[in-house]
Design a protein around this ligand. Structure first.
Ligand SMILES: [Cu+2]
Length: 192
């Protein structure tokens, strides 16, 4: 019995000795970013299906307009212009998704992929899995346009029939200082 206990103890000791390294060897497969809630926010739309074009101007740190009204299931072509002196984003999502994205963007700043005024495209191309970051860190989310000062971009978005959505800039500090706008669904605008 004593021999067995000793062996078991030794085995447990070895196991615990190796335990700290296990997470590294296990190469954690990240759960892949924004999979959740995509149905709730809508999806990338087709240009041919866009009912209208809405121009969104981004400044430091605000949107013009601050509010957009959409019909259930409407596809809108957004032309986004960054007229500010800093990097800004136009991102359509739920408040919860924005909160999560703010953490990711803070990390991108820490790693030097983003600066207050620019996107480091070389850094963006690197294998961020090695830095322990998920794929969504490449900032290629279909629901977002990230623009350097003076740049313009486009986003075609098909809205769901209803939901709690905001357009926001998740660069550290921007949402908190007012870079968030509301999406209002037209009442009773059901299709057919
Ligand atoms: Cu911003």
């Amino acid at each position: 019995m004593i021999g067995f206990k000793t062996t078991a103890f030794a085995a447990a000791l070895m196991a615990s000795a190796f335990l700290p390294y296990a997470p590294l060897q296990a190469a954690p497969g990240h759960s892949g970013g924004h999979g959740h809630g995509s149905a709730a926010i809508g999806e990338p739309g087709k240009a041919a299906e866009a009912s209208r074009t809405v121009t969104i101007v981004m400044g430091d740190n605000y949107y013009e307009p601050e509010q957009i009204e959409v019909s259930a299931g409407e596809t809108i072509r957004f032309v986004v212009q960054n007229k500010g002196e800093f990097l800004h984003e136009f991102n359509i999502a739920t408040p919860e998704m924005h909160a999560a994205h703010q953490k990711e963007m803070a990390m991108m700043f820490e790693h030097g992929m983003l600066t207050p005024t620019s996107i480091d495209r070389e850094m963006m191309k690197m294998d961020h899995a090695k830095m322990g970051m998920s794929h969504s860190m490449k900032h290629d989310d279909p629901n977002s346009v990230l623009l350097e000062p003076g740049q313009s971009g486009e986003l075609i978005w098909k809205f769901p029939s209803t939901g709690t959505l905001e357009f926001a800039c998740n660069i550290p500090g921007h949402y908190e200082t007012g870079m968030v706008g509301g999406v209002q669904f037209r009442a009773g605008a059901g299709r057919k």
